[in-house]
Design a protein around this ligand. Structure first.
Ligand code: G
Ligand code: G
Ligand code: NA
Ligand code: MN
Length: 253
């Protein structure tokens, strides 16, 4: 059977679940949020990575269902962490296709209502690449999202074809600097210069910055010196199931 058929069933019978990767406030060293990342435990194939099934979901118009499922489950699970003061917010990835075609505002309203998560504690991550072919309806939809108090983060920033004017047009709170810059920051002066430029630009626009993919203490030190606000990466924690994430957050409260 094809993976797309399997994925449709997987969403119904709970084979897909959100794992969570913490985001760290680099001035306090404390977790400030968690990003929900989809994991699919296929009964025959084992763990199927999102790099494989997210594109399949996008091709087969299943991504709205995947995003809705993730949004509902992650909001329900993370609402108690927010209520307990363990984190400020939950971040959920939103596929470009879902923004363009889907009724994602209704999905978000449902997730907020069912979970009791305050809108300001929900952040939607939108990949920068989306805005290459953004249709005219995306921007007003994102404005309506922001009007609800939900925040928006521009994911994978710096590697797409984005036009810097989107920093003004999209009601953003946060810019996530792509992992590829963090990866070679120790050896590549250009990557340091790019991160430096992005953090300065973000500051000028009043935006928060997150560096992705921090794996070493040295990378962390450089990123701190470049005045990045938050960090995420294997140095702090890998994505983990809800139980493990809760234990991690409790141990660092
Ligand atoms: O979790 P990594 O571990 O492998 O994720 C790979 C890619 O899949 C990332 O680009 C991530 O944004 C995307 N992804 C993970 N979970 C989701 C999800 O729930 N919805 C969408 N649209 N993309 C996701
Ligand atoms: O596109 P997005 O930023 O949502 O993708 C997140 C992806 O990055 C996930 O696949 C996650 O597992 C992965 N990731 C998170 N931290 C690190 C890290 O420190 N190193 C590497 N190599 N991957 C990471
Ligand atoms: Na993301
Ligand atoms: Mn990213």
């Amino acid at each position: 059977r094809s993976l797309s058929v399997d994925l449709r069933n997987a969403l119904l019978n709970g084979e897909v679940e959100p794992w969570y990767q913490p985001k760290i406030n680099l001035s306090t060293g404390r977790p400030i949020g968690v990003e929900a990342l989809a994991r699919w435990n296929h009964p025959a194939r084992g763990l199927v990575p999102p790099a494989v099934f997210v594109p399949i979901a996008e091709e087969h118009a299943l991504v709205d269902e995947l995003d809705r499922y993730m949004l509902l489950r992650a909001s329900a699970e993370a609402a108690k962490w927010v209520a307990a003061g363990l984190i400020d917010h939950l971040s959920v990835n939103l596929s470009p296709r879902h923004i363009e075609k889907g009724d994602f505002l209704a999905d978000i309203d449902l997730a907020l209502e069912e979970s009791g998560l305050p809108p300001a504690a929900l952040e939607m991550e939108i990949t920068e690449n989306h805005f290459v072919n953004a249709n005219a309806e995306s921007l007003p939809k994102l404005a309506r999202l922001a009007a609800r108090g939900v925040t928006i983060s521009l994911d994978d920033f710096g590697v797409g074809y984005s036009n810097l004017s989107y920093l003004r047009k999209i009601p953003l709170k946060t810019v996530k600097i792509d992992r590829s810059f963090t990866e070679d920051i120790e050896h590549c002066a250009d990557s340091r210069a790019i991160i430096d430029a992005i953090t300065r630009l973000a500051k000028a626009f009043g935006l928060n910055t997150v560096a992705e993919g921090i794996e070493t203490a040295r990378q962390l030190e450089i990123i701190r010196n470049l005045n990045c606000d938050e960090g995420q990466g294997f140095l702090f924690a890998r994505p983990m199931p809800a139980d493990a994430c809760e234990a991690y957050l409790l141990s660092r409260r």
